[in-house]
Design a protein around this ligand. Structure first.
Ligand code: DC
Length: 215
């Protein structure tokens, strides 16, 4: 079974997708981590994030895999915490906007789904491009203020709320306006507003919706 979840930065996709995967006995795929890993390697190799050719050289050759906890491995080495740095976060939207980057990464995502025999995948184009025929497709949303509040709490930096909100809104704008695989609510995708709901509420809601639509 494939469950596809999209939504903007900080909507709680990772937490919910991870718990849902555990409950359903499926693998969890954090596709943002894959684009972050490509961005990290572009920076490490001194390449230009704005150049499709530079980024393609990395995306076409990078060896990505996941450990038992669903954390990304780059050539067998953990990508955390480096893939979460401010520098990577600031450049990942630019790197992931290149078609030359998306094509091999999307192919890898589909290969992982085939290898694992199903998964809960979260990102920006899971419901629209990568798994548009998945039986269960959701778009998790929340206001940018609420998303910044959650992210600041997660990072343990409550004083940075305003900076985080601006950074989230900048990334939303870039991810939603790009030509290829933009972040959007596709036809037939069920949108869930998570403002005022905690992770357990959202998890239970998704479980109910999945159960109700089980074949
Ligand atoms: O979910 P995240 O914040 O770790 O994602 C990082 C960036 O990767 C996000 O700003 C856009 C890009 N991304 C993407 O283009 N497509 C995906 N399926 C997942 C993430």
């Amino acid at each position: 079974m494939i469950v596809a979840i999209d939504g903007p930065a900080g909507a709680g996709k990772s937490t919910v997708a991870k718990s849902l995967a555990k409950r359903l006995g499926l693998h969890f795929l954090d596709t943002g981590a894959m684009y972050r890993a490509v961005t990290l390697q572009v920076l490490r190799r001194g390449l230009d994030p704005a150049s499709g050719r530079d980024c393609a050289a990395v995306a076409g050759s990078i060896e990505l895999d996941f450990d038992a906890q669903g954390k990304v491995l780059i050539g067998g080495v953990p990508g955390e915490p480096h893939i979460r740095s401010r520098e990577v976060t600031g450049l990942v939207s630019a790197v992931s906007a290149h078609a030359e980057v998306r094509d091999p990464i999307v192919a890898l995502q589909r290969a992982l789904a085939a290898r694992w025999g199903g998964l809960v995948a979260e990102g920006r184009d899971m419901t629209t491009v990568v798994f548009p025929d998945a039986p269960h497709r959701f778009f998790l949303n929340a206001s940018s203020h609420e998303r910044a509040r959650r992210r600041a709490l997660e990072l343990g930096t409550p004083d940075d709320l305003e900076r985080i909100r601006l950074e989230i809104e900048r990334r939303d704008a870039l991810d939603s306006s790009r030509g290829i695989a933009p972040l959007r609510v596709g036809p037939g995708v069920r949108e869930i507003d998570t403002d005022g709901k905690d992770a357990t509420d959202v998890l239970e809601l998704l479980e109910r919706l999945i159960e109700a639509r089980a074949p």
